[in-house]
Unconditional design. Structure first.
Length: 219
């Protein structure tokens, strides 16, 4: 019985650690993918473009989308075991993860949004745009929902305003990205918009693992 409990706790710890691993893998993928695009500045292409049909080494970014997605689904499952987190927040994290996997599978047509031969979009490009919108919405909504839920628990309350601030900043960056008002800096704005909720996920995972470590030592 003790061995079974230990095995179950180890599996939960791995799932909780996915909240750290997923964002790290995704960030490493877009950094590497950005540097691999010959003839283009590192921040010239948007994240989805790094996995496009005409991108150089698109498999790097495709792996980033898949890694983030799978890890987010696992982390959401671990977070469900925290009563203070409720149900909606973990579900939104998992929804964002599934959308990220789909975004990597249904790839965009071109590395850049503008240029010769950009007329029309393939069906998989349209699916990519749809699932990307779902991912953005879920990534921003998750920390907002969790911030409202976790503030009711004294142990998690200090994290609540940080999660809310990251979500609001991400939404503001995403709005700027959508308007294209940042000009050449638009891809960099997108990277910031995505990185902020991923930072929130990492904070949650760190808090979850720290709590488990303290509980283990007490036991």
């Amino acid at each position: 019985m003790t061995a079974r409990i230990r095995l179950r706790r180890a599996g939960w710890a791995v799932a909780a650690g996915c909240g750290l691993a997923g964002p790290v893998l995704f960030t490493a993928a877009w950094v590497a993918g950005s540097l691999r695009q010959a003839g283009h500045a590192a921040a010239e292409a948007q994240l989805s473009g790094l996995a496009a049909m005409d991108a150089r080494d698109p498999q790097i970014m495709m792996a980033g989308f898949a890694g983030l997605g799978v890890c987010s689904v696992a982390f959401g499952a671990a977070l469900r075991r925290v009563p203070a987190a409720g149900r909606a927040g973990p579900w939104l994290i998992q929804a964002a993860g599934l959308a990220a996997v789909a975004a990597g599978l249904f790839r965009r047509d071109h590395l850049l949004l503008t240029g010769p031969g950009r007329a029309g979009e393939s069906w998989h490009n349209q699916v990519h745009d749809l699932v990307s919108g779902v991912a953005y919405a879920a990534m921003i909504a998750a920390p907002l929902v969790l911030a409202a839920q976790l503030r009711r628990d004294p142990g998690w309350r200090p994290l609540s305003p940080v999660l809310a601030a990251l979500a609001v900043a991400s939404a503001a960056a995403l709005a700027l990205f959508a308007t294209q008002l940042a000009g050449p800096a638009t891809p960099a704005v997108q990277r910031a918009a995505v990185s902020l909720p991923l930072a929130a996920e990492m904070l949650l995972a760190g808090r979850l693992l720290a709590g488990q470590l303290r509980a283990g030592r007490a036991a």
